[in-house]
Design a protein around this ligand. Structure first.
Ligand code: URA
Length: 199
């Protein structure tokens, strides 16, 4: 299911970002992780490699995950917008809208218990009009997931005082995850019927 969505994203021309990209960045991670992280949009390095958070902000994200005793391969990482906005400008409302259905389908396929929003665009998807400075680090239930808003890791690269805020917020995750009800494992893949050799 996730692969089919990724294929559609890689062929997408729903908005002008599709024409300017080198590679679309559908997202990376296991099919049914507990935790999904949603950033803003691919930058220069992500556009080159087709993978999310592989530049300097990604290095800090890996550090943050380590602070929560999580590895990158344990979580699914994606963005609100799947193609790089030119010059790393902010994503426009019509680009967010054009990509919105891909993200909804990824969330429905993954069914994460916890969604970590990184930055204000990702926050706006779940809590429109709320200020990140007011609600970062505070989990809330949205549908079947717990949504945990955080500043964007790149913000700490420009504003070093946010580094500690991000590390402190991330350090809360293991405690919050431990309180979540375990979900039943997804059904195993259906195996093709075996040929019976009776003779
Ligand atoms: N910033 C983001 O929001 N996403 C990326 O994939 C990289 C940097």
């Amino acid at each position: 299911m996730l692969e089919a969505i990724a294929e559609e994203i890689c062929a997408c021309q729903r908005c002008p970002l599709g024409r300017g990209r080198l590679k679309a960045v559908p997202g990376d991670g296991p099919a049914h992780p507990k935790v999904m992280l949603i950033g803003e949009a691919p930058g220069h390095h992500e556009n080159q490699q087709g993978r999310p958070f592989v530049g300097p902000a990604g290095q800090f994200l890996s550090e943050l995950l380590a602070a929560a005793r999580l590895r990158r391969e344990d979580v699914f990482i994606t963005n609100i917008v799947k193609c790089r906005p030119p010059g790393n400008r902010d994503p426009q409302p019509e680009e967010i809208e054009a990509c919105g259905d891909f993200l909804s389908r990824q969330i429905a396929a993954i069914r994460p218990q916890m969604i970590v929003t990184l930055g204000r665009y990702s926050l706006g998807r779940f809590f429109p009009g709320q200020a990140i400075s007011r609600i970062h680090g505070q989990p809330s239930t949205v549908g079947t997931a717990t949504v945990f808003p955080m500043y964007h890791p790149a913000a700490a690269l420009h504003q070093p005082t946010l580094r500690k805020t991000l590390l402190d917020d991330m350090a809360k995750l293991p405690g919050i995850l431990a309180l979540l009800e375990p979900r039943p494992a997804p059904p195993p893949p259906v195996e093709p019927p075996r040929q019976l050799n009776l003779f």
